[in-house]
Design a protein around this ligand. Sequence first.
Ligand code: AHR
Length: 514
Amino acid sequence: MKRTFSLIVLGTLLVSNSYGQAKADLTVTGGDSKLTISRNIYGQFSEHLGRCIYGGFWVDPKLPVAKQNRIRLDIVEALKKIHIPNLRWPGGCFADEYHWRDGIGPSAQRPKMVNTNWGGVTEDNSFGTHEFLELCSLLKCEPYITGNVGSGTVDEMSKWVEYLNFDGESPTTALRKQNGHPAPFKVSFWGVGNESWGCGGNMTAEYYSDQFKRYASFAKNYPGTPLKKIATGPSDGDYHWMETCMKNIGTRMWGISLHNYTIPTGSWSKKGSATSFTNAEYFNTMKNCLRMDEYVTKHSAIMDKYDPEKKVALVVDEWGIWTDVEPGTNPGFLYQQNSLRDALVAATTLNIFNNHCDRVKMANLAQTVNVLQALILTDNEKMLLTPTYHVFDLYKVHQDATYLPIELKSPDLENGSDKIPAINVSASIDSNKVIHISLVNLDPEKKISIRTGLKGLNWSGVTGQILTSEKLTDVNTFQKPNKLKIETFTGASKQGDQLVADLPAHSVVVLTLK
Ligand code: AHR
């Protein structure tokens, strides 16, 4: 018999299941998985946009915070703690109007430019190639650079790669040495344009795939640093773009990107507030977020047709929730607060990527500091970690671990005649044979009991950590920076050979089984 339970708030969201109490069943299987959850799924994105670079990573020399050069070290330390594996730069839309030669050499002599995409502000080019690579070296992460296809030339991109990666003598490497870096930087993740169907040049898929071949032919593999070339891929469900690139470029590219943002209302003209939303809007946000699974599944099926051995990576190098900007801030700066809802978006999306790790080899949340779904917000010398940051902290245990297949029977979360699964999960086992299961309960009001059978896996005890808060709209502020933080979770136990856990409403739980 199917019974549904109505919720108190607004009375519009319901959890339904077939047990008479909100329950989920999970099976996690060990044994023959050969799939690794690439650490690069946990990558970040930092564009010359608003206060991500300027006033974020790269601050005024007079700001009273610890710095190396002008790089803010409290941000570096926070990102090192969550092991960020790679950082994408300089855009975004900015990449297709960026000319790398303007960002090298003595800072005072660098030409200024207008950042036409993001607020029309003047860019002084004080943060360029050397500064970005210094940041990556401090973060101990891999750089992922996107070259300019939209307004640059084949020669310009080719020489940037030579500047970065060639160890021999040439006028370009002489310039690098003159700028203080005798050794090559060894950058291998290489984006060939960004959103070439839109801000990157408004191209057709057919035209772009030919352009990719031109640009990629002259972006050379120098000894010791073969490039991992990443083509501009589709937005959302543009399957024609994917089909065309796979047919025309195929395994000549290391990866192809996918961009998909979660818009709470589904409308770009009025996206919805970051801090004030109804339960119905929350439901729509999570429904839109879960569409990532559909996009990844359908794009992967097209990729499988042309690349059955799965050599080409699907690189979701822009994702996250995109809301209206905070009232009173520059609309071109995309500054938004970050609530518990955003943490649920991040945790759910990362579970989707983990569960598609056969094809999704890399992803980049947009964007690390002060822009869109940021990990970190700053206000002059103050800095706070957002709920989304804490999800990346909880989930870092999956990086480079072996993927464990799951089967999940979840109750539904209903909104009128609409429904989504209330629970989502992913699981992995690390090199020390420690199992991690990340569970998200999307229900805004009800705890859900989950019973898990583990097949072919040895474990004798469970511990856990949780991220939750009283309300979905709760945020960390500069006045209360630790309102949302990771806490110990004691709601899981071993009962016989089963793992049983009570997942509180609107929570992210990561269990460790040893
Ligand atoms: O992340 C913000 C912008 O969104 C990027 O610059 C662009 O690639 C996308 O449209």
